[in-house]
Design a protein. Structure first.
Length: 440
């Protein structure tokens, strides 16, 4: 079902640099303005200037972050700062890091071009809602530069780990790049031009579907860009045309190295419901346990002791700031209520769906559109950031979630449904700047 192909990737010319550590960057959507400044100062050839250029008051239609990105990209090619491979390749990408418990984790995957398919075909599946703003931004950048600077993150199922074994066996020598990022994650990058290996991977992937783990906006942007190019050039779905593809990273969901982390929800200000009233509403659908704590960090410890299969949800209110409430869902009652709300029962397999559909929208009466537009709500992944925001009282209610189950996510997506935005957090993030995919 999935068509992949090698491509002549564009990479930094390492004969000009001792290391590419100062040239790479995380994905654009996790770069804060402060970190953007840091990357700008780190090296004048850092990829941040291509993926997330600065905005100035003097910007015009002729001179803006997108036109500057295109100009820099073209100039770096002319100066041989960036060079293109003379052979089509796929790229084996290994990441090593320590998880939240200090355990060493290795995640493996590969980068190739993926033929762009409409979601309706089932070959490529989305799992979260998207928003218009980021898609316009990425489309403007793609239209100005005609390249993919960053890869979309997808997962596929391969219980026998056939693809992993093929690539691991092939990539045993010196990697093309080996860098450790600012978060302490080690990124090891190999290039593969062996035709037999590439063909084996293509054949194995052809019987699979993939689920977008990270990069929904960029995939939908790639579809829009493709359609615009087809109309402009009066072309069709030929597999030889680069803009019919998008650069994608593929990871095996059946590998122990693939970890999914939760994204917690912080409600900044709640005026329509008090804690006592909320607890009364929750009592109808949840068994509630109260745990007193001295430090907010203890909340994560308490929650981790609960069985993930029971989909426990933790929450803390500033009205009673030293108490953690652990909500254990009564799934039979919840499924019945979700059915009344015309919410598919399959969503009751995820705590985040229960939180959004039942608690936020039904019990608390929060506006669905406002939640999607992130008005009055923050999505926070880092536990220390949650602690800081609690201590600074920048949120009235904090809801803590467990790690999502990948199998349930794939089952829901295969049914044609999408889950609330920021349901999953796949860590670590993929570096931008390891390889670039030209679209022309």
């Amino acid at each position: 079902m999935v068509k992949i192909s090698p491509f002549k990737g564009i990479t930094y010319n390492q004969t000009k640099f001792e290391t590419i550590k100062d040239l790479v960057a995380p994905p654009y959507d996790v770069i804060s303005p402060q970190y953007q400044d840091t990357l700008y100062k780190r090296d004048k050839y850092n990829v941040v200037r291509l993926i997330l250029g600065k905005i100035y008051d003097s910007d015009t239609l002729q001179d803006n972050r997108y036109t500057r990105s295109a100009k820099d990209y073209s100039q770096w090619l002319q100066e041989a700062i960036l060079i293109q491979s003379d052979k089509p390749k796929i790229y084996y990408y290994i990441q090593k890091y320590k998880d939240t418990k200090g355990i060493d984790v290795t995640r493996k995957g590969f980068i190739a071009r993926c033929y762009l398919e409409e979601f309706s075909t089932g070959a490529v599946l989305p799992h979260e809602e998207t928003m218009g703003g980021p898609k316009k931004d990425r489309f403007d950048l793609m239209s100005a530069t005609n390249v993919n600077f960053s890869q979309i993150f997808s997962i596929y199922s391969d219980p026998e780990k056939q693809i992993d074994n093929i690539l691991t066996e092939k990539c045993s020598g010196k990697p093309m790049a080996d860098v450790t990022d600012d978060d302490g994650v080690r990124h090891i990058f190999y290039e593969i031009d062996n035709v037999d290996v590439i063909d084996k991977v293509k054949i194995l992937m052809a019987n699979k579907s993939v689920l977008i783990a990270d990069g929904h906006h960029r995939y939908e942007t790639a579809l829009k860009y493709r359609d615009a190019k087809r109309a402009e050039n009066n072309t069709n779905d030929s597999e030889d045309i680069p803009y019919n593809y998008v650069m994608m990273y593929f990871a095996n969901m059946d590998d122990d190295g693939l970890r999914v982390y939760p994204t917690h929800r912080l409600l900044k200000k709640i005026t329509n419901i008090k804690l006592e009233s909320l607890l009364e509403k929750l009592d109808e659908y949840f068994v509630s346990l109260e745990k007193d704590f001295n430090k907010f960090e203890e909340c994560f410890t308490w929650l981790s002791k609960e069985s993930p299969q029971e989909l426990p949800i933790g929450f803390v209110s500033q009205e009673k700031p030293n108490t953690l409430y652990i909500l254990k869902p009564d799934l039979s009652k919840i499924k019945e209520q979700l059915d009344k709300l015309n919410v598919p029962k399959i969503l009751s397999k995820l705590d985040v769906a229960i939180l959004h559909k039942l608690i936020f929208e039904n019990l608390m009466g929060l506006d669905t559109i406002e939640l999607k537009n992130q008005n009055n709500i923050e999505f926070v992944r880092d536990e220390q950031e949650v602690v800081s925001k609690f201590n600074n009282k920048t949120a009235e209610l904090i809801f803590l979630l467990g790690s999502p189950d990948v199998t349930s996510i794939k089952e829901i997506c295969a049914s044609g449904l999408r889950m609330p935005q920021k349901t999953t957090y796949f860590y670590p993030k993929l570096l931008s700047g390891l390889v670039i995919n030209p679209l022309s």
